[in-house]
Design a protein around this ligand. Sequence first.
Ligand SMILES: NC(=O)c1ccc[n+]([C@@H]2O[C@H](COP(=O)([O-])OP(=O)(O)OC[C@H]3O[C@@H](n4cnc5c(N)ncnc54)[C@H](OP(=O)(O)O)[C@@H]3O)[C@@H](O)[C@H]2O)c1
Length: 273
Amino acid sequence: MKNETALITGSTNGIGKKTAELFLREGCKVMICSRKEEHVKNTLAEFKEKYGDSVVGMKCDVSDPIAVKSVVDETIKNFGSVRILVANAGINLEYGPFEHIPLEKVNADAKTVIETNLIGVINSISAVLHHMIKQEYGRIITLGGGGADRPIEHMTLYSASKGGVLAFSKCLAEEMSKKDSDIKINIFFPGMIDTNLTTSAQVMEAWKDRETFEREFALIQKYVMTDIEESCKNVISYALPSCKDNGKTFRGFSIMKLIKGFKKIRKELKDME
Ligand SMILES: NC(=O)c1ccc[n+]([C@@H]2O[C@H](COP(=O)([O-])OP(=O)(O)OC[C@H]3O[C@@H](n4cnc5c(N)ncnc54)[C@H](OP(=O)(O)O)[C@@H]3O)[C@@H](O)[C@H]2O)c1
């Protein structure tokens, strides 16, 4: 990735940070960013020690289109281009059935999740797209997530936002396929990864107490979760000029491991009863 330049949103933690590190290891120049100044400062210091001037960073909340435009401009100013965008920033506020989100909370929660996970992706792509069209090249990777492509329970707002990301990415890929420029947009499903997003979401108390949830969650960590590096290294080939896929979903996890893992969890929970 020696001639590559990347902007990765939400890259001071979890999947975004690991992807940034993998890109830097491959010789790519990377702009890291996230909402909190402190997170950017710490991650930048950590990466600069190993990768020197190949990494820059700044604060950017993807739900704010002005901040996103600034981070794109700053990337171009530093590296001369943005050839890769990983629109990664994302949040999940809570686990549990939709009916348990209090009426007075549901609208605000939906707005928060959709403003980061969906509008954040739209802001990031729109800020970078004209530049990519002008340079007639770009690789864009968006993040799918649970519930986006098939129904799952207990993360309805998150799943709705990710379904939007999937539809937006596929439709934009279709539009880009009609142009002469070499711009590809693909959607990454990393699998379940042990990150802040998975561990810090609130459990709806009307549904399950924290202790029960944590016991069950520990089984998910044991049997279902995928190693973060194993998962994120799958992003590299979709970020390279050799990627010919467009509008495709790709995975960072094994479906067999997932199926077997959930079987083991069901068995352990039954044994516990
Ligand atoms: N972990 C999983 O199992 C999993 C599975 C499928 C998909 N995903 C997707 O993968 C992506 C990354 O998730 P993760 O698990 O790595 O989460 P994470 O560990 O919580 O990291 C999220 C990163 O995004 C930043 N961020 C949050 N809101 C932001 C905003 N509005 N603007 C800019 N940056 C923001 C955070 O930093 P600040 O707090 O400083 O902003 C942090 O650096 C998300 O899109 C998520 O939906 C995760």
